[in-house]
Design a protein around this ligand. Structure first.
Ligand code: NAD
Ligand code: TYD
Length: 341
């Protein structure tokens, strides 16, 4: 059996990856290591509780006593665990440095002493490039992260590279664009707007809504990671983008149409400080290995909206829970302003 460790596997992309990987690789035995922060949901993996090739370890990647032995016994590590929400990084950056940078260090340090390790996937992000006014980012471009989340991910990205360069840890780095799909925490744009629209609540669109993101279906990200474990050049970074660049305003209208809700639900609010205007990725390097996204944006978005409609029992306890309500009030209560302002 191939021993695989997935960090952050109770979160959005991690849980999709664990499900995907157990289906795709009959010879993989997966250990999920997750601290179950506000973003980690045990129920994301509940259907795997009796799975013979999966086990869940509740633990923190910054805890070398827990994470170290797991990494040292692994053939493959896929490292998703992170603090991930830009808005939260504006108010509490320390948690991002601790988990995203120090936590990655703990894993990489253990990876030096992992005799069977053949791949350590550092799941990075397109946000490390910073805002790109035109064209698309290539892997060789300078990293210019512009918020604490992006900066801590950039630090982890380069730390992983340094462990390859100096210690020969078999690192492969993915820099994916904005993922969407089932089980994404409702603090992020698509699930936030979908769940608010379901409840006829306002959709808090930042600034003029003309910021551009490239949307990637989570399944396509999972398939890219699979391919890179087998064929990615160690020490290299690979962009993973869906090729679906659109403005937040356009995306909002698509969500409203899918749910048959009126445009009057759009509620412009004060912009995010330092809000990156545009991300776009050149994915030629990954495509040269034979990958291409399979999920058409319109179909993927419709299916995702439908997932939230059908799985209210998944998101309602989160949105109605006290931590989220406190966060929501802090995040949005103070920035609401009239649409005409
Ligand atoms: P998420 O916030 O949904 O999940 C993060 C998971 O990590 C949670 O299960 C959480 O409990 C766990 N975690 C947090 N701190 C931990 C710690 N100290 N120890 C162990 N577990 C911990 O995040 P996501 O959207 O699934 O993102 C996963 C990874 O992909 C992150 O590294 C993120 O930077 C990267 N990424 C995300 C996107 C996106 O659009 N969501 C795009 C590109 C890259
Ligand atoms: P988000 O899902 O937070 O991802 P990221 O900032 O990592 O790209 O946000 C996606 C886009 O949506 C981003 O341009 C910010 C914008 N946005 C809003 O307009 N309103 C919101 O309430 C949120 C959460 C995001």
């Amino acid at each position: 059996m191939v021993e695989v460790v997935v960090t952050g596997g109770a979160g959005f992309i991690g849980s999709n990856f664990v499900h995907h990987a157990l289906d795709a690789h009959a010879d993989w035995r997966i250990t999920t290591l997750d601290a179950l922060t506000y973003a980690g949901r045990r129920e994301n993996l509940a259907d795997l509780d009796d799975h013979p090739r999966h086990r869940f370890v509740h633990g923190d990647i910054t805890d070398a006593a827990v994470a170290g032995p797991l990494v040292k016994g692994a053939e493959i590590v896929v490292h998703f665990a992170a603090e991930t929400h830009v808005d939260r990084s504006l108010e509490s950056a320390g948690a991002f440095v601790q988990t995203d940078v120090f936590g990655t260090f703990v894993l990489l340090h253990a990876a030096r002493e992992a005799p069977d390790l053949r791949c350590f996937v550092q799941v990075s992000t397109d946000e490390v490039y910073g805002s790109v006014a035109q064209g698309s980012s290539r892997e060789t471009d300078e990293l210019r992260p512009r918020n604490p989340y992006a900066a801590s991910k950039a630090a982890a990205d380069r730390l992983a590279y340094s462990y390859w360069a100096t210690h020969g840890v078999p690192v492969v780095i993915t820099r994916a664009s904005n993922n969407y799909g089932p089980r994404q925490h409702p603090e992020k744009l698509i699930p936030l707007f979908v769940t608010n629209a379901i409840g006829q609540r306002p959709l808090p669109l930042y600034g003029d809504g003309l910021h551009v993101r490239d949307w990637l279906h989570v399944d396509d990200h999972c398939r890219a990671i699979d391919l890179l474990i087998e064929r990615g050049s160690r020490g290299d970074a690979y962009n993973v983008g869906g090729g679906n660049t659109t403005t937040n305003l356009d995306l909002t209208h698509r969500i409203l149409r899918a749910l048959d809700r009126p445009a009057s639900l759009i509620a412009p609010v004060a912009d995010r400080p330092g809000h990156d205007r545009r991300y776009a990725l050149d994915t030629a390097k990954l495509r040269a290995l034979g990958w291409e996204p399979r999920t058409a944006f319109e179909a993927g978005l419709t299916a995702t909206v439908d997932w939230y409609v059908r799985n209210e029992a998944w998101w309602r306890p989160i949105t109605e829970g006290s931590p989220h309500r406190v966060y929501y009030e802090r995040q949005y209560g103070r920035r609401e302003r009239p649409a005409s302002a």
